[in-house]
Design a protein around this ligand. Structure first.
Ligand code: NAD
Ligand code: ZN
Ligand code: ZN
Length: 337
């Protein structure tokens, strides 16, 4: 099968023929038709984070396709079913986190396109218990970004505890941010969108953002306080330490700052303000299988529509380059059809 492979960190990916995976107990073989390109895949290919991925690595955790083979023990899926393979490739199913609806915190989890091979390939194997079915009326290309960008921002908005009619700020209007705005509007929230790219802010307006601000012109945190008195929740998806500081400062008293983006830096926050303002700072990592089903349902009902640019697998190095330079509007999805 054809796959895009990271052979060493910070080197271009190599697109070549490699062995098709073989499945065993409780696994399915998926013929991938579409796979979104997440900024996390770029972090993986660069070896940015303290925990390194396996090498060689086939990245990709927004892979959607059709089940071609089911392994022994699989009873709830059949050949021909259309599924996606999310970041949470598998978890133990028995620990305190798995048992309390917090499976994304499981210490024994494996991650697609990081600790196991992912969806930048014509075929990918998966744990049958952790794939999620794609609603019928959603195309694979449209659905792919929901498997990470969608579920992650949908969950982060839940974590922000913002209620209908309240304000949220979304920092970074890229793959994650462009769907975050739509989930927020569908939840009845008012949205301030923040991005350093003016064309991203135009996109944000077209997706329903109530206010937009470019932090190059002015500190977005201070501006948001002046305009709306601060937000009830802030979701920071930008890969920038400065953005995290401004996201924190955009929150009003009693509000929640949700860290989602993963720049390999530290975030420093003032203790005094955090204490006196009763501000919460919390991390949010993807979402559970249930969150994913819900996030897909919003898309199936047309309340969230991913903006997608379809590219062939061979373009992956150019796509990464575009991502580094902030040139992508919405999400790039690699298509295998
Ligand atoms: P992306 O490249 O598509 O989007 C990033 C956006 O941030 C771009 O639009 C860029 O213009 C904007 N930006 C850059 N600097 C900024 C600044 N200072 N202020 C405001 N905006 C700025 O990336 P993506 O795929 O949306 O992923 C974003 C981050 O989220 C990555 O670090 C990724 O690893 C992480 N991520 C986290 C989770 C999670 O579960 N927590 C899940 C998926 C991705
Ligand atoms: Zn992702
Ligand atoms: Zn577990």
């Amino acid at each position: 099968m054809k796959a895009a492979i990271v052979k060493s960190f910070k080197e271009p990916l190599v697109v070549e023929e490699t062995l098709k995976p073989e499945i065993s107990y409780n696994e399915v073989l998926v013929r991938i038709t579409a796979c979104g390109v997440c900024h996390t895949d770029l972090h993986a290919a660069h070896g940015d984070w303290p925990v390194k991925p396996k090498l060689p690595l086939i990245p990709g955790h927004e892979g959607v396709g059709v089940i071609e083979q089911v392994g022994p023990g699989v009873t709830h899926l059949k050949v021909g079913d259309r599924v996606g393979i999310p970041w949470l490739y598998t978890a133990c199913g028995h620990c305190e986190y798995c048992l309390t609806g917090r499976e994304t915190l499981c210490h024994d989890q494996l991650n697609s396109g990081y600790s196991v091979d992912g969806g930048y390939a014509e075929y990918c194997k998966a744990d049958a218990n952790y794939v999620v079915k794609v609603p019928e009326n959603l195309s694979s290309v449209e659905a792919a970004p929901i498997f990470c960008a969608g579920v992650t921002t949908y969950k982060a908005l839940k974590v922000s505890k913002a209620k209908p009619g309240e304000w949220v700020s979304i920092f970074g209007i890229g793959g994650l941010g462009h769907v975050a705005i739509q989930y927020a509007k569908a939840m009845g929230l008012k949205v301030v969108a923040v991005d350093t790219g003016n064309e991203k802010l135009e996109l944000a307006k077209s997706l329903g953002a109530d206010l937009v601000i470019n932090p190059i012109d002015e500190d977005a945190g201070e501006w948001i306080h002046r305009e709306v008195g601060g937000v009830h929740g802030s979701i920071c998806t930008a890969v920038s330490k400065q953005a995290f500081g401004q996201s924190y400062r955009s929150v009003r008293r009693g509000g929640v700052c949700v860290a989602v983006g993963l720049p390999p830096e530290e975030m420093s926050i003032p203790i005094f303000d955090t204490v006196l303002n009763g501000v919460e700072v919390v991390g949010s990592i993807v979402g559970t299988r249930k969150d994913l089903q819900e996030a897909l349902q919003f898309a199936a009902e047309g309340k969230v529509k991913t903006i997608v640019e379809v590219r062939p697998l061979e373009d992956i190095n150019e796509v990464f380059d575009d991502m580094i330079h902030g040139k992508i509007n919405g999400r790039v999805v690699l298509s295998f059809e």
